[in-house]
Design a protein around this ligand. Structure first.
Ligand code: PGA
Length: 232
């Protein structure tokens, strides 16, 4: 895959109505955006917004591909797991799924074992996992048994995540060193970066050798999200 992946992680934001309004504004503004290199956009909304967005994207006309991702998936299969959504249930709705985001590891105590189960279930169901990790210890060793071309690995230092709209991205030099180290230790995955990406720092971060970003706060408004797409 040669295009730059720009992933929106809406986190626990946006009702069904908000998602509809976001897409309407995005589709109007995006018509005049011409990224200087090939870009693919992936929107990861809350589960409740997926059916509407999946339907609406079939008629969306913007100058780059837009696909969907989930923010989470069950470590189990289908069955008696109240409140969970399995990888099989996501099939046909999404092509990507975030796994192991620091907010899930911290707030929901996700372990590497659960994270590996999620990745394995996603790969089995032909959904590409975006594995989020702060360091090599957060990358389950068993991931090495799975086909690397199916998996994206995101360097996501928790301290770099924006808070209340204040951006504090990791330095491009640190991103570059981290990704080179991970390439050497675990191999040639598609590496992304996440943490305070915005329209002002995205170009410089991209020059550190990553293949795209995961964008939280700056993806909540269509205009700031498109600012990133314009500047990559
Ligand atoms: P942020 O979030 O862009 O708001 O820093 C990124 C993330 O949590 O992955």
């Amino acid at each position: 895959m040669s295009e730059i992946l720009v992933v929106a992680n809406w986190k626990s934001n946006k009702s069904a109505e908000d998602a509809k309004n976001w897409l309407t504004e995005f589709s109007q503004l995006a018509k005049s955006v011409n990224p200087s290199r090939p870009v693919k956009v992936v929107i990861c909304p809350p589960f409740i917004d997926l059916p509407y967005l999946s339907w609406a994207l079939t008629t969306l006309k913007v100058p780059f591909p837009v696909e969907l991702g989930a923010q989470n998936v069950s470590p189990y299969g289908e069955g008696s797991f109240t409140g969970e959504v399995s990888a099989a249930q996501l099939t046909g709705l999404v092509n990507y799924c975030l796994v192991g985001h620091s907010e899930r590891r911290i707030n929901f105590h996700e372990t590497n074992q659960e994270i590996y189960s999620k990745i394995n279930n996603l790969v089995t169901n032909k959904i590409s996992p975006i594995l989020c990790a702060q360091n090599l210890e957060e990358i389950p060793q068993e991931v090495g048994k799975l086909p690397a071309q199916e998996i994206l690995v995101m360097f996501e230092p928790a301290k770099a995540i924006s808070s209340e709209g204040v951006y504090k991205a990791e330095s491009p030099q640190t991103v570059k060193e981290t990704v080179s180290l991970w390439q050497e230790k675990i191999g040639e995955y598609r590496y992304l970066y996440g943490g305070s990406v915005n329209e002002n720092n995205c170009r410089e971060l991209l020059d550190s050798g990553i293949k795209g970003f995961v964008v939280g706060h700056a993806s909540l408004s269509p205009s700031s999200f498109l600012g990133i797409i314009k500047n990559v």
